[in-house]
Design a protein around this ligand. Structure first.
Ligand code: GLA
Length: 397
């Protein structure tokens, strides 16, 4: 696809060169290495990771790269081609509640690893960032940055990066996001950025942390998954995301369970909840977890097109019960379905950001045109489209 509304993935080596060039310009000399981590799209299982649910994300072929050099003075110096504001400071001053802007995603990871005892007080870094993951599009540019930094630090200090090592790095990235960046997110994004497998989605059980790879081959069914960045910026650091988490905690307290996964009789649980808001929020989570199970079963049986209706049901549940959609996301989903998509839904945190559509190959152009037409008719921002090939996890370039 070459229409201007498609954002083509950039080869990882070209992105890495951007980070190295910035490194030379800002810090002088050469980095010790360059590391990359991907953005992600979640096929289904939305707003259930922090509820102990099941999620099914995969890595996108869009990466954030970091060129990194170790220092021995406990300081962190960061620069990015995306923002004009370099940041530098002493790592001993990084702490929860001390807001440091975009550099929190870098400093937070180093802080969390230091806090866990993996880093000495003298360890510091110069970090130059260059990315082709759209920022503010709900495709986890922040997790990509955290994971690239975490892997860089681990490699440079000789920390383990096998499966167990990566799981410790995921924990550090989630702490960075929750405690230093101040976004109470659930961990799905960091997990898939660290553990993804090309050609597969990652089924993650957020209660047990068990993972399983599910093969994804849309082409075998003459289908294509497209990601629609509505260009309406989404924000996770405002109150809405936290409100949803709080509503679920309230529901769990009323039901006397740790997570909604621990409920045996869902109908009776929903009848027990006293507030209409709790009922809606819990109903989304419970129904979404069942949809993930159904989608996995269909994918494993090669029934690709049949997952479409489950994707659309997920959207309706997020729109009506969880109330995290937006006019831009609804427009993209409705337009995709109207033009012949098998299914479509918002993906990620919501309130703007991106949607996805599973489309028969011969309808892709119609779907794209209709999404653009409907957005223009409603005076919404012009969406852009991304390719959704299940891609590689964080790695050294
Ligand atoms: C954001 C968060 C994730 C997850 C999704 C919603 O992407 O970072 O942890 O909660 O929203 O599924």
């Amino acid at each position: 696809m070459t229409a201007p509304s498609w954002v083509d993935p950039v080869d990882v080596h070209a992105v890495a060169e951007g980070a190295e060039a910035l490194f030379g310009k800002v810090f002088g000399g050469q980095a010790d290495g360059v590391w990359a981590a991907p953005g992600r799209v979640n096929l289904i299982g939305e707003h259930v990771d922090y509820a102990g649910g099941l999620v099914l994300p995969f890595a996108l072929p869009y990466v954030t790269t970091v060129a990194v050099r170790a220092r021995r003075d406990g300081r962190l110096h960061c620069a990015s081609t995306h923002t004009g504001e370099p940041w530098q400071g002493d790592l001993s001053e990084v702490a929860p509640g001390h807001r440091i802007g975009w550099a929190a995603y870098v400093a937070g990871v180093v802080w969390a690893l230091r806090y866990s005892g993996a880093l000495s007080a003298e360890t510091g870094f110069d970090v130059a960032v260059h990315s082709c993951v759209p920022v503010g599009s709900g495709l986890s540019s922040s997790a990509a940055l955290e994971c690239a930094v975490a892997l860089a630090v681990a490699d440079l200090l000789g920390l383990p990066t096998d499966a167990n090592g990566r799981s410790a790095l995921i924990t550090a990235c989630v702490r960075a996001e929750n405690e230093i960046a101040g976004a109470a997110t659930g961990g799905m994004d960091q997990t898939v950025a660290m553990l993804a497998h090309p050609g597969h989605a990652l089924l993650l059980d957020c209660r047990s942390k068990a993972t399983r790879f599910v093969p994804i081959d849309f082409e075998s069914a003459n289908g294509r998954l497209i990601v629609i960045d509505t260009n309406a910026p989404h924000r996770l650091v405002d109150g809405q995301y936290g409100n949803r988490r709080a509503a679920l905690e309230k529901a769990c307290a009323e039901l006397g369970v740790n997570t909604l996964r621990d409920i045996d009789d869902e109908d009776s649980a929903l009848r027990t909840l006293t507030s209409p808001e709790s009922v809606k929020r819990a109903r989304h989570v419970l129904s979404e977890i069942s949809r993930v199970r159904e989608v996995v079963e269909l994918l494993e049986r090669g029934r690709i097109a049949d997952i479409g209706s489950l994707l659309t049901s997920s959207h309706l549940s997020l729109r009506d019960d969880y109330e995290v959609s937006s006019v831009e996301l609804d427009s993209a989903v409705d337009a995709a379905l109207e033009a012949g998509a098998w299914g479509a839904r918002m993906t990620g945190g919501g309130f703007g950001g991106s949607a996805l559509a599973l489309v028969p190959v011969d309808r892709v152009e119609d779907v794209v045109d209709n999404i653009l037409r409907c957005a223009a008719r409603a005076s919404l921002p012009t969406p852009q489209f991304l390719s959704a090939e299940p891609s590689h996890p964080a790695h050294r370039v």
